[in-house]
Design a protein around this ligand. Sequence first.
Ligand code: ZN
Length: 255
Amino acid sequence: MGGLFASLLASFYTTLGERILFFIYGKGRKIYKKESIWNKILTKPSHCRKCNTNISPLFLTPIIGGLLTKGRCNTCNTKFSYYYSITEFLFFILFIINLYFLNNILFSVIFSFFIGHIIISMITDYNKFILDYENLPFILFFGVLSIYTLNGSLPGWDNLYVGLGFFITFFLVVFVYPTGMGMGDVFYISIYSFLVGHPLWIFFLNTAYILALLSSVLTLKKNEKFLKKKIPMGFYYGIAVIITYIIKIYFKIEY
Ligand SMILES: [Zn+2]
């Protein structure tokens, strides 16, 4: 039941991330009135982006729904991405592992919400280089609660020092070299490093930049200059913070 709940949550958050892009930053902004946008974002039934047909409940089944539709819209045959099913499956597996090895249902639930909000930031940054400030309080809230339910204590002074150190360093970087990254990146990396604390911030930072470097090199097109390539760092910070938390969980299980 818990795994099912987590995969439903994954489905909710991936949809939410895409709807924020469409309704707040994309074409949807012009179609609907400002007051009704959040209402539309949260209540419009799942539908095909192309032909607007609602998706039948059977195909909304987490994880296997995507396989049942054979990855296509039943009406207009538009292809759906398999990444919905993959994300739902990852949430499912993470929940089961957390519950089985930690025997901590509260943490398992809160951690699912936490990575849900990280997924939103990853989707918006990857597609449009947007890191929502509105999402930050949720990340902070569920991140702190995850630490509390995992360790039984709130983040300490060392977390605060790490977060502040990151904030000052990256703020100066943006100040000196403003085209490199935005203030959104500064806030996100500071909050993530605050949440992972000392000494895991070293692992977090390295993972984010190694992943960004590797995938930028691998996806570099011909005639594209590496130093000119725009990199969605918020996306890589997101992956890195999730991996770092998985390491935290592993230490908890092992020691
Ligand atoms: Zn369709």
